[in-house]
Ligand binder design. Sequence first.
Ligand SMILES: Nc1ncnc2c1ncn2[C@@H]1O[C@H](COP(=O)(O)OP(=O)(O)O)[C@@H](O)[C@H]1O
Ligand SMILES: [Mg+2]
Length: 271
Amino acid sequence: MKTQELDQLETHLSEHIIGQEEAVKETAEILRIGEMGMAEKTRPKGSFLYLGATGVGKTELAVCFTRYLFGDDNLIRLDMSEFQHPDSIYQFLGTSERQGVFQQLLEKTNGQGTILFDEIEKAHPPILDLLLQILDNGRLTLTDGTILDLTAYYIVLTSNIASKAIVKARQQSGAALRRFVENQAQQILRPELFARIDSVQVFNKLTWENLQKIARKLMEQEVKRLKNAGFTFAETPKVENILLSNDWNLNLGVRPMKRMTHRYLCGQIRI
Ligand SMILES: Nc1ncnc2c1ncn2[C@@H]1O[C@H](COP(=O)(O)OP(=O)(O)O)[C@@H](O)[C@H]1O
Ligand SMILES: [Mg+2]
């Protein structure tokens, strides 16, 4: 990675992730340390825990920085809701007969990238214990004794753990909300896990201004994409049709607005 590209990293991330300035800044700082080779060599290049309500950009930030640094193929995304059952540990680590999901995915990368453990609160707890080893030594020991080296990867954990409480909290952001969410999370996740993470970030609740900005960008981007694909519209799509037509519940994050935009654009396409 060239220094110039690294200099642009924070700007790039803040153009894509709206209303999460602090999480973006902190993340960019740790990525710079990692990319400049200054992280401890015996641990992952950097580790993050992203906490917050649903649909506020946690997963998207991990996707966005990975794409920027390593391209599309180097993100390993593990949806932890798929590892809820006690047998999930074998699915994850493999057995003597069968390769596990983790190794399969790791082999698809070019030896570096990001490992995203998405919505960790949903995982069968022993799977979370594997994270201790990963974060401590940058290694993972599989069922058959194979040791995977993860020191060239970033580790991102996301959780909606305190979602309900965040929604109820009066603060949109700031130190008080942060303390509150971290406290909630520490009651559910192990303190050892917290102690090993380089950066714990609490994502803000989105404001109406944030949602409008995201809606405009999304509309622009999707209209461009559809036009490039050869579609034409009955009339010029207007973002106001989305923003004015609904009593948006900001507690639900961006997803409902995104769904509505897609439905609206489909309806506008001239067939
Ligand atoms: N702060 C944000 N800035 C820009 N887009 C966002 C933001 N938050 C959410 N989105 C959009 O909404 C979708 C869902 O966000 P995601 O990051 O998956 O939510 P979560 O916080 O639940 O992980 C993403 O695809 C992204 O396009
Ligand atoms: Mg997510």
